[in-house]
Design a protein around this ligand. Structure first.
Ligand SMILES: Nc1ncnc2c1ncn2[C@@H]1O[C@H](COP(=O)(O)OP(=O)(O)OP(=O)(O)O)[C@@H](O)[C@H]1O
Ligand SMILES: [Mg+2]
Length: 179
């Protein structure tokens, strides 16, 4: 996978499959401590101990269409290649937290890539799920919560083209202001 936004899309797909109705994505860029981290938290069905223990092993999957699950093992590999690591915490019936950290300046740290498209794909594709996105860079912070947006829309669908356009602009401008 070329960039981290595609890893994020992949990991969030797991949360959607797990039946989550709220998914929180947090990105932290701490240049002083040379850290880039991504946290994805969901309130889906969680994992049992056996799956959790092996989840970064490419042969661990509950999918039935193929024998290997690649999402988390790929991300784990990408984190390790960039001086970081992946940790997964999960509780059955409560949800899952996936945390990946990287050395920000590491030559093999993949770029974030097109996070705007990733978020729009998720929001437009699963409008019934509440998505929270937070991006911190040093002291600055951008955040978006589709639950709050929905409350203001008074019945207009979140995935209507006009609303999606506004959300896209908001993310784009918010992230521009961070840098
Ligand atoms: N957020 C989550 N909630 C519940 N279970 C999860 C979650 N993320 C991963 N899992 C479990 O861990 C397994 C491995 O996940 P992983 O993303 O690595 O592979 P996969 O989703 O099975 O296959 P792929 O990502 O290649 O399509 C999944 O099959 C699922 O059982
Ligand atoms: Mg997966």
């Amino acid at each position: 996978m070329e960039d981290l936004s595609l890893h994020i899309l992949d990991v969030v797909e797991n949360s959607i499959t797990a039946g989550a109705n709220r998914i929180e994505i947090r990105i932290l860029e701490d240049l002083k401590n040379d850290i880039f981290s991504v946290e994805i938290k969901d309130n889906g069905k969680g994992m049992n101990e056996d799956i959790l223990k092996n989840v970064t092993d490419p042969f661990c999957t509950t999918r039935t269409t193929r024998r290997v699950g690649l999402g988390l093992s790929f991300l784990s590999q990408s984190a390790k290649e960039a001086g970081g690591d992946l940790t997964v915490a999960s509780k059955e019936g409560e949800g899952t937290v996936v945390y990946a950290c990287f050395k920000h300046s590491h030559i093999d740290r993949k770029p974030l890539g097109n996070i705007v498209d990733t978020l729009i794909t998720l929001i437009a594709g699963s409008p019934d799920i509440d998505f929270f996105y937070e991006h911190r860079r040093n002291g600055n912070i951008y955040s978006l919560d589709t639950k709050e947006i929905k409350a203001e829309l008074e019945g207009i669908p979140l995935n209507s083209p006009a609303v999606i356009k506004i959300i896209r602009e908001d993310i784009k401008n918010g992230l521009k202001d961070l840098s």
